[in-house]
Design a protein around this ligand. Structure first.
Ligand code: NAI
Length: 241
């Protein structure tokens, strides 16, 4: 029960990594607010008590503000924010449209800004908090066909380090997780032979599972990581080494 008495907001909590984190955090004693665009999926896992669903588009400030207000009405406080919602719209630079570039920035980077700014007054008043942002191996090293995604995820690293410097003295820890290739819907369009190659160049010789990332979120959300701030934790089977 490493999160007993805590309240966590997990964006993108309706599927993949986020959903795994919702279940893990609830099993560790937290009240969990699953904030996601996808109401149909999210409501399947809400239980009316310690897991509640709140619909929001993280790229839209009004929508984010409304959902955070609703979370406060339901649970009374927010101790942990996991900025996990994300999308990809891949194409090489030659073929990428400005619309697809902008959309990925809006969700994966500006969405992190909106959610954190909305939650910040609550954490500042409490004098403590844990913010965990989701970057990517693509934000650390770039990735073919992911100009938009890599730029957003590299931006997430920049704001994580900046916020750690701004907010550390206020009792708020801000860290990021940089997942490698994780078995979720997001990589379902990658052809099997490419996934085989990815496994071969991964020292751990496998793809990641949502639980691998949820475990990292849990550590960074728990009291065990109180002196870790501004860190980017690679959870990629050793791929970026
Ligand atoms: P997923 O596609 O399974 O889940 C993403 C969730 O975000 C979905 O529930 C979706 O409805 C929600 N979402 C999308 N746009 C939203 C918006 N505008 N507002 C609110 N919710 C929105 O993807 P997965 O793999 O679980 O990804 C989670 C995070 O991990 C993302 O930030 C992703 O970029 C990151 N990541 C994933 C990797 C992978 O290999 N699966 C690798 C590196 C990073």
């Amino acid at each position: 029960m490493r999160l007993m008495g805590k309240t966590a907001v997990i964006t993108g909590g309706a599927s993949g990594i986020g959903l795994e984190a919702v279940k893990l955090f609830a099993s560790e004693g937290a009240n969990v607010a699953m904030v996601d665009f996808n109401e149909l999926e999210g409501k399947k896992y809400a239980n009316g008590s310690n897991i509640l669903f709140f619909q929001a588009d993280v790229s839209n400030r009004e929508s984010v503000d409304r959902s955070i207000q609703d979370v406060i009405e339901a649970f009374g406080k927010i101790d942990i924010l996991i900025n996990n919602a994300g999308i990809s719209k891949d194409a090489t630079l030659r073929k990428m449209t400005i619309e697809d570039f902008q959309k990925v920035i809006d969700v994966n980077l500006t969405g992190v800004f909106h959610c954190t700014q909305a939650v910040l007054p609550i954490m500042l008043e409490a004098g403590k908090g844990k913010i965990i942002n989701t970057s990517s191996i693509a934000g650390v090293g770039g990735n073919f066909g992911q100009t938009n995604y890599s730029a957003a995820k590299a931006g997430v690293i920049g704001l994580t380090k900046t916020w750690a410097k701004e907010l550390g003295r206020k009792g708020i820890n801000v860290n990021a997780v940089a997942p490698g290739f994780i078995e979720t819907d997001m990589i379902s369009t990658i052809p099997e032979h490419i996934l085989m190659q990815i496994k071969l160049i991964t020292p751990s010789n496998r793809l990641g599972k949502p639980k691998d990332i949820a475990n990292a979120y849990l550590f960074l959300a728990s009291d065990e990581s109180d002196f870790i701030n501004g860190h980017v934790l690679s959870v990629d089977g050793g791929m970026m080494k």
